[in-house]
Design a protein around this ligand. Structure first.
Ligand SMILES: Nc1ncnc2c1ncn2[C@@H]1O[C@H](COP(=O)(O)OP(=O)(O)O)[C@@H](O)[C@H]1O
Ligand SMILES: O=C(O)C1=C[C@@H](OP(=O)(O)O)[C@@H](O)[C@H](O)C1
Ligand SMILES: [Mg+2]
Length: 172
């Protein structure tokens, strides 16, 4: 979800793995020379989602790369074929915590709403079953730092790799 820490934790994880790091939102902003807010305002969410899929389709093929996506990447079924090139991590953070992190942040167009916490709740309700399709489900404690959460992800990765012989993560 927005505010879960994908961008922050993803960078730490990449550094610890010795991987490169890409944030799909940052790539979209570079490509379009517009902020995410501007894209939503000028062209709408549907156009943003099209660009997001195109960017994901390009970055997913790289090895030794940690990718932070936007929280809405799960919405398009097509995106899952790209996500599954890698190991998908769900950072599951309670809505109250997401809200406290994003309350002063105006860079999330979907939260420019009279009831931002209600909006976060409804987005999570709509998306929870999609996030649950991730390979790893991480539920940090409220006080965990981004470093601690990255460590939890690293620690949990072997459990996925061992999940089946001949698994598809041989090249991760
Ligand atoms: N574990 C954490 N504890 C406290 N604040 C955090 C934590 N992880 C991220 N944040 C803060 O929450 C906000 C959203 O983080 P971000 O990485 O942009 O999330 P996302 O990319 O999932 O939307 C940022 O201000 C970030 O500094
Ligand atoms: O959840 C979403 O639909 C979105 C999440 C944002 O990214 P973060 O999850 O990094 O905040 C960004 O892609 C856009 O504002 C839409
Ligand atoms: Mg982000």
């Amino acid at each position: 979800m927005m505010g879960a820490g994908k961008t922050t934790v993803g960078q730490i994880l990449a550094a610890q793995l010795g991987y490169g790091f890409v944030d799909t939102d940052a790539v979209i902003e570079q490509l379009t020379q517009k902020s995410i807010n501007q894209i939503f305002a000028d062209e709408g969410e549907a156009t943003f989602r099209q660009i997001e899929t195109k960017v994901l389709s390009e970055v997913c093929a790289y090895t030794r790369l940690a990718i932070a996506t936007g929280g809405g990447i799960v919405l398009r079924r097509e995106n899952w074929s790209y996500l599954h090139y890698g190991l998908i991590v769900w950072l599951d953070i309670p809505v109250e915590q997401l809200y406290s992190r994003l309350a002063e942040d105006n860079t999330r167009p979907l939260l420019q709403d009279p009831d931002p916490i209600g909006k976060l709740r409804s987005l999570l309700d709509e998306r929870r079953s999609l996030y649950a399709e991730a390979d790893l489900h991480i539920t940090p404690h409220p006080q965990d730092t981004p470093e601690a959460i990255a460590a939890q992800v690293l620690e949990a990765i072997p459990s996925v790799l061992k999940a089946g012989a001949g698994n598809r993560y041989g090249r991760v």
